[in-house]
Design a protein around this ligand. Structure first.
Ligand SMILES: Cc1cc2nc3c(=O)[nH]c(=O)nc-3n(C[C@H](O)[C@H](O)[C@H](O)COP(=O)(O)OP(=O)(O)OC[C@H]3O[C@@H](n4cnc5c(N)ncnc54)[C@H](O)[C@@H]3O)c2cc1C
Length: 300
């Protein structure tokens, strides 16, 4: 049994804000999940280092939480600590069209900040409802642009509490993947580099990409975005539609009729509903199309 009393005493002593028995339905875009024992919110690098070291030393289970927009959280909950980036939200301009940004800053805010400063290239990502940390972890992207395209370096913390600044070549970005999916580092902040353009032009491009999302995605239902990664040579949504799975439902989880790549929560969906629906889709697409679909969403 983890020593939760020690966790709480430590968080209080180090002045790290935390919440107890947090309902993850209210902290994920899917609106699914049980209770997370602790969610803590370090607001500087020392506090982040301290929390990671604490969890490692006391063998407390932990995971990193951004804005919860790519997560399917267990119905059983999590008997450990979510280390959340929501209070890591500093952002400022550096020399040579560069921006320093902490991991908890939402992509919406980062895009708007860039527009104000006439920094262009992030516009296609406007509307992705994640944090910068989550976007780097996932190498989030849209409309032929990925977060890696504007990154210069990333500051991260390893499981021993050591701080690194890594350049792009050390991060091994690929489609919806980065080194952080394997090395257990906490992404703390990043330096991004942009081109100059007029604020009007940037704003109109942001609006254009946002409209494309509104037209094509089921944004009126809770979801975690695209359920599956794009298989080589195929489009997941098209395969799912061609297999006749549009609108397929398990409990409160349903294949969106607007965009078959999305599983939506049409009311009271459980984690198990989504998992069973994922299995059905994978089985059918494999049988009918001989293509295996890999989930893009992350399971906690
Ligand atoms: C309506 C909708 C539309 C979407 N559209 C797109 C899209 O166009 N393109 C796209 O790529 N994605 C899209 N997504 C998915 C999601 O928004 C992105 O993957 C986003 O980058 C996740 O960020 P987050 O902060 O919400 O991460 P979370 O969901 O909180 O976490 C995702 C993963 O990242 C890890 N993580 C988060 N922060 C850190 C950190 N600081 N350090 C280490 N690990 C961390 C978590 O442990 C987890 O494994 C969409 C989602 C929704 C709901």
């Amino acid at each position: 049994m983890p020593n939760f009393e020690a966790v709480e005493n430590f968080l209080k002593a180090k002045d790290i804000f935390y919440e107890k028995n947090v309902n993850m339905k209210n902290n994920t875009s899917f609106k699914i999940g049980g209770i997370c024992k602790y969610v803590c919110y370090p607001n500087d690098i020392l506090k982040a280092v301290n929390v990671i070291k604490l969890c490692i030393n006391l063998k407390i289970p932990y995971f990193f939480l951004g804005n919860g927009s790519n997560l399917l959280f267990s119905d059983e909950g999590f008997a450990g600590v979510a280390i959340c980036t929501k209070k890591l939200n500093k952002i400022n301009v550096l020399s040579n069209n560069r921006v320093y940004c902490e991991a908890g800053v939402l992509l919406y805010r980062l895009c708007q900040f860039c527009a104000i400063h006439c920094f262009s290239n992030l516009e296609p990502l406007y509307g992705i409802p994640g944090s910068l940390g989550g976007a780097i972890f996932m190498n989030a992207g849209a409309y032929n642009r990925e977060i890696k395209d504007v990154l210069q370096s990333v500051v991260s913390i390893d499981v021993n509490g050591r701080v690194y600044e890594q350049n792009l070549k050390d991060i091994y970005f690929s489609y919806r993947n980065s080194v952080y999916q394997n090395n257990g580092h906490f992404i703390f902040a990043a330096v991004l580099k942009f081109e100059n353009e007029s604020v009007e032009h940037i704003n109109s491009k942001m609006q254009y990409f946002l409209n494309k999302r509104i037209e094509s995605q089921p944004l009126n239902f809770p979801s975690a975005g695209s359920t599956f990664k794009r298989p080589k040579f195929y489009i997941a949504a098209k395969l799912i539609e061609e297999c006749g799975l549009k609108g397929l439902r398990v409990g409160g989880a349903k294949v969106s009729e607007k965009h078959c790549g999305f599983i939506i929560n049409v009311g009271g969906a459980s984690c198990l509903d989504v998992k069973n629906l994922i299995k059905k889709i994978q089985k059918t697409v494999s049988l009918k199309k001989n293509v295996s679909l890999t989930p893009e969403i992350k399971f906690i």
